[in-house]
Write a protein that binds this ligand. Structure first.
Ligand code: FEO
Length: 394
């Protein structure tokens, strides 16, 4: 993809990664991603905002060559993670006059992660500006979206917010701007769920902070740009402020069908009581889908068979993930089958201390579920429905 002009002398010069299917060796990327980099020319100075993942550095350099860029004065690093910063050392080598602009915290991280020499940096304070000649960049601290050092950059004259991960989506597309809001909503929510959900409070602060800026375009560092910024700002508002919905998320594993039979019964019982259920078989599920479902859920019920006297390892993986993501869930429970005994409930409960939830009594059964177990599952469904109602979630 050649450099594309956003406005006169403002270009997209980043790279589309159509083939990437896993991020941070953890997060599934069903639709690829992009590493957006932006070049802004003023009448006196030229700035590059972000670089790209090192695997696609040739794309960035080819784009700069096509624009005949022989001088960059400022390289702006909003965020130190390597998918944006990884090509910084090569860019700084190619443009020896360029100053690297970032927050002091980001300087510390870039020094540690990329071994960049101290004399290449110019750190900026919150709301500090740099003039390019007819164009002014304002740097707005935006910590914890999702690292502590992050800022966003606002181009005052054109009212463009370069937001890095904030408002971004892992989506490979040739469209410069959002064209399919449904598709981008899903990709942005997946990204929010996987890396930003634990930081809802700082994100609320950051939304407040940018509230009074007039923004015509949001230019994130992943996915298409937003020329109708209210769409993505409204989505973020809903993810960080809204109460959870009348929704149960039910991740489970079943080894021989007993836990699966319990899950099927509970799903039916909850559904009959008007509760939406999102069921995930952890043997095959995309954990991004599970993370997205947790954004809006009021309750998590974990379906866990017992192996070697404890929960199945895949269950512990999901419990660890849910604990790390700190969703807004208010209630939790456990169901499952065991062979002869074990400490499944105790081990799972100990793995989720970050979830500030009320534990609803679990339903465990020996072997295949029987009449009394189905009755206990009905009681669990009734309790969940009542608690959702009492919390005003329906
Ligand atoms: Fe896209 Fe936090 O890096």
């Amino acid at each position: 993809m050649k450099p594309r002009e956003i406005k006169n002398n403002i270009y997209c010069v980043g790279a589309i990664d159509w083939d990437r299917r896993l991020f941070d060796s953890l997060i599934p990327l069903p639709d690829g991603t992009s590493y957006n980099s932006y070049l802004i020319k003023g009448s006196e100075k030229t700035a590059l905002i972000e670089t790209v993942d090192p695997s696609l550095q040739d794309v960035l350099f080819r784009n700069l060559e096509q624009l005949d860029i022989d001088r960059i004065d400022y390289v702006i690093a909003n965020h130190a993670e390597q998918d944006h910063s990884g090509t910084l050392p090569m860019v700084l080598e190619k443009f020896p006059m360029a100053k690297l602009i970032c927050t002091p915290k980001c300087q510390e991280l870039l020094t540690e992660h990329l071994l960049i020499a101290k004399d290449r940096f110019k750190t900026v304070a919150d709301k500090e500006t740099i003039a390019l000649g007819g164009r002014t960049l304002e740097f707005i601290y935006a910590p914890w979206v999702h690292w502590p050092e992050t800022m966003v950059t606002y181009l005052q004259e054109e009212k463009i917010l370069f937001s890095c991960d904030f408002f971004g989506s892992h989506l490979a597309t040739t469209d410069m701007y959002v064209t399919d809001e449904g598709q981008v909503y899903e990709a942005a929510k997946r990204y929010f769920a996987e890396i930003m959900m634990p930081f809802r409070a700082p994100i609320q602060n950051n939304l407040e902070k940018i509230k009074n800026y007039k923004i015509d375009i949001i230019a994130p560092s992943h996915g298409p740009m937003h020329n109708k910024p209210e769409f993505i700002i409204k989505a973020y508002h809903s993810w960080v402020y809204d109460a959870p919905g009348n929704i149960v998320v039910l991740p489970y594993i079943s080894m021989h069908g007993s836990t699966r039979r319990m899950v099927a019964h509970l799903v039916e019982a909850l559904s009959r009581r008007g509760v939406t259920v999102k069921e995930f078989d952890l043997a095959v599920t995309d954990i991004g889908k599970l993370a997205m479902a947790l954004v809006d859920a009021a309750t998590i019920v974990i379906g866990a068979p017992t192996v070697h006297a404890g929960p199945h390892p895949n269950i512990m993986y999901a419990a660890f993930l849910a604990n790390a993501l700190r969703p807004k869930v208010k209630f939790a429970s456990i169901i499952g089958s065991y062979g002869w005994g074990g400490k499944t409930v105790e081990i799972i409960a100990a793995a989720i201390p970050n979830l500030k939830v009320e534990i609803i009594p679990p339903v465990l059964c020996k072997g295949f579920p029987k009449e009394a177990d189905f009755t206990a599952l009905d009681t669990l469904a009734e309790t969940i429905a009542e608690k959702h109602k009492a919390a005003g979630l329906v």
